[in-house]
Design a binder for this molecule. Structure first.
Ligand code: ADP
Ligand code: ZN
Ligand code: ZN
Length: 737
């Protein structure tokens, strides 16, 4: 057997592995993740490396491969942990070891650590004044400007000198050479948390009984070093975050650390600030806008024990804390926890895997748990904790469902129902705040009737059909297609078409209808720049606007106590995203957005506008009835065979050549069909069949057992690699997409 070994795990070039022979006496000892001593280079100097893979295949002539000298058995440090984790991810989420390692191990940037340069005056002030006279005579304006500034303030940051005073490097160099000034360099770690007064909350919170019981149960596991996954199902505003904070306090008191995952930091910075105000500089964050170097800084700080709580997206799971005590996944139902790059891992199983190894608890928190998690809680794999009431004095909002088909019949052609219009006027008069949510998620060209609400669906999959440019309607699961329609097959109306609406149009409409109202808009366009989200949310929190209009990014997790009206303009749109999760996502979006209303002392109201008020997603969301939704949804998944009842492997096959694509995808389908009682669907054209001249088809493999699917993946992968039929074809695997 041979071991692939890397020498430096925190290096960009993880690909550089070296192969060594595992001698007989070490065969049972050397494992993936082991630290080993190996002879290296010409002089065979002994150095330490990490085993990242063990194979029976030699990459070189066997007589050229050196032996591992010894195995450092007791040393299982952070690095070994991480390598083992990478190996597990490779196995379970279909990637190479190299891709998995790059996901798990923080990579050192070529750029060194951040440095702050300052300029210090090296002569006395008196001398500087005299010197400056001579510079004035020589007309050296830049020198004069700098020295004058330094006489005022003898240490100045380089950034100020360069940008505010406009002094060039050559001027600085000249003065340094003359021993008038000195440039000093300090290495530093930036604290990425930007404080913000708008959200300072210093009121002391005493946990209510439900919260306290939840926190105590979990704290016990922290103390006694016990693994458990808790599904903390609490209605919106029930104080889940306070429960996390309380448990984390215990974690810190025990000298341990906590990882807190949130879906996207820019959207939930209010949450970050609550942690920051509680635990101060012990808290740090990771986010997707950070450079590699900034991220690496945070990893170093965690390793050194400078921080105890890291808040971030799914990649924060790989923070190398020396003594991890807790993992929290807030809003655990969010799609952002699934990676969209290989390895396409989901943060939830990875967190649970880590927690089992370390014997620590995991908290999955949500007002609208994913169907997967709730199902696992029902099966007893997770422990369910429920918070039934809103915390403090807040109560759940009153919800109205407005049938837009009726509005049309009554002659109201506006995008706003009569009720929403009158409530908007009411709130503007009362100077309370309003959120208007345009539910645009995943709108993929579905066709619906404005008269009766009918939506064109696949007769085999119960998934809405997607309109394509070729005039056909298609199902992206089974490949079914039919010509597009011009007349509603249900009611005969000709008002059947794709649904189009945008946030910008909505904003102008409001400006026209309510000219005195101040409106903020939050969508992809207005949040492109760094800090864009924060700015808009901060303005809204500071009451600089009456109405916040936006896409799903406005509904997530925010806590604005003065919002007493939420309008959901097109509740149905996400129902027709063309994938089996659409009803779940819709229920979650509606419940979460309704949850933004009435979080303070004033009662909230919510208007849900829909063409299909009878749809169970809408009905149960309107009743704030999670259990009711879960029961209908799980029955539907059972009936049609979707996760979590079965497991599903999605294989995307892509090629610039349609012939190669057809041949390759049929080969894969045939091969998969012969493996392990799986049901194979497709190949069908992908959601977007052609992108940048690359065509894609999708195959779904269904199997009851996840482990069977990983074996099928390995079988197919081995078949594809090196197969000339796949030379111009790429194949991607995604579990339970
Ligand atoms: P969730 O995370 O469940 O949405 P939060 O933790 O954000 O709920 O709490 C909602 C609001 O209620 C926040 O403003 C929070 O400060 C407040 N709150 C939470 N717990 C309590 C409590 N025990 N007493 C008073 N107010 C509370
Ligand atoms: Zn119709
Ligand atoms: Zn279908």
């Amino acid at each position: 057997m041979f071991a692939d070994i890397i020498i430096d795990i925190s290096h960009e070039q993880l690909d550089r592995t070296f192969q060594y022979n595992i001698p007989d006496n070490l065969r049972d000892i050397v494992k993936i993740g082991s630290q080993v001593r190996i002879p290296f280079g010409r002089g065979n100097k002994l150095i330490t490396g990490y085993v990242i893979d063990i194979t029976s295949k030699a990459n070189y002539p066997v007589d050229k491969i050196k032996n591992i000298e010894s195995c450092l058995e007791d040393r299982v440090g952070i690095a070994s942990d991480m390598i083992n984790l990478a190996y597990w991810i490779k196995k379970n989420f279909a990637s190479t070891m190299n891709q998995a390692l790059k996901t798990v191990i923080p990579v050192k940037d070529k750029v060194g650590p951040k440095e702050k340069k300052s300029v210090v005056l090296k002569v006395t002030k008196e001398k500087a004044v005299i010197l400056n006279e001579t510079y004035k005579k020589k007309n050296s304006k830049a020198k004069v400007r700098l020295i004058e500034a330094l006489i005022e303030e003898p240490v100045l940051e380089m950034e100020i000198i360069r940008n505010k005073l406009n002094i060039s490097t050559s001027t600085i160099n000249l003065l340094e050479k003359d021993n008038v000034i000195e440039v000093t360099t300090k290495k530093y770690y930036r604290n990425p948390v930007k404080d913000n007064d708008a959200f300072k909350k210093n009121k002391a919170i005493v946990l209510n009984k439900e919260q306290e019981e939840a926190a105590n149960t979990i704290k016990k596991d922290v103390e006694e070093q016990r693994y458990n996954t808790y599904l903390l199902h609490g209605v919106t505003g029930s104080g889940k975050t306070e429960v996390y904070l309380d448990v984390i306090k215990e974690v810190i008191d025990e000298g341990k650390q906590a990882i807190v995952l949130i879906p996207e930091i820019a959207l939930t910075f209010q949450t970050v600030l609550r942690f920051y105000h509680r635990f101060g500089s012990k808290v740090s964050i990771l986010n997707s806008k950070m450079s590699k170097g900034e991220r690496y800084d945070q990893f170093l700080r965690s390793m050194k024990g400078e921080i105890s709580v890291i808040i971030g997206p799914r990649s924060a799971l790989f923070t190398p804390f020396p003594n991890l005590g807790l993992i929290v996944i807030d809003e655990e139902h969010e799609g952002a926890y699934k990676s969209d790059k290989t390895p396409r891992y989901h943060a939830r199983p990875v967190a649970i895997h880590i927690a089992k190894n370390k014997q620590i608890p995991v908290i999955l928190g949500s007002a609208t748990p994913s169907i997967e998690s709730y199902e696992l809680a029902k099966r007893g794999e997770y422990k369910l904790i429920t918070l039934n009431n809103r915390a403090g004095n807040a109560t759940l909002p009153k919800i109205y469902v407005e049938d837009m088909r009726r509005e049309l019949q009554m002659g109201n052609r506006s995008v706003f129902s009569k009720r929403l219009q009158s409530l908007i006027v009411d709130r503007l008069e009362k100077k309370q705040q309003i959120m208007l949510f345009l539910n645009k998620r995943g709108v993929a060209g579905f066709i619906s009737c404005r008269s009766c609400g009918h939506v064109m669906k696949c007769p085999h999959c119960d998934i809405s059909l997607t309109a394509h440019n070729n005039g056909k309607l298609m199902c992206h699961y089974c490949g079914y297609e039919q010509p597009n329609v011009t007349i509603c097959p249900e009611c005969g109306s000709k008002y059947i078409a794709g649904f189009r609406a945008g946030t910008q149009a909505l904003e102008s409409l409001i400006n026209k209808m309510y000219p005195t109202a101040k409106v903020l808009r939050m969508d992809m366009d207005t949040t492109k720049n760094k800090g864009g989200h924060e700015k808009i949310l901060e303005q809204f929190a500071n009451h600089e606007a009456d109405i916040l209009v936006g896409t799903q990014m406005i509904v997530k997790g925010h806590d604005f106590p003065d919002v007493t009206l939420v309008g959901i303009v097109a509740a149905d749109m996400s129902l027709y995203a063309g994938d089996y999760r659409a009803p779940e996502v819709t229920f979650q979006l509606l419940t979460q957005s309704a949850g933004r209303a009435g979080r303070g002392n004033k009662k909230g109201e919510v208007v849900i506008q829909t063409y299909t008020p009878e749809h169970y997603s809408i009905e149960t969301a309107a009743n704030q009835d999670y259990i009711g939704f879960y029961e209908q949804e799980i029955a539907y998944r059972k009936l049609l065979g979707y996760p979590p009842i079965i497991n599903m492997l999605k294989i995307t096959v892509s090629s610039a050549s349609e012939e190669a694509l057809d041949e390759a995808s049929n080969l894969l389908k045939d091969r998969a069909s012969n493996l392990d009682n799986s049901i194979v669907l497709g190949p069908s054209k992908a959601n977007i069949y052609k992108i940048n001249d690359i065509f894609s088809k999708v195959i779904y493999i269904r199997n009851k057992e996840y482990d069977k699917l990983t074996l099928i993946y390995e079988n197919l992968d081995a078949y594809v690699v090196g197969n000339p039929k796949f030379r111009n074809v790429s194949v991607n695997y995604d579990f339970n997409a």
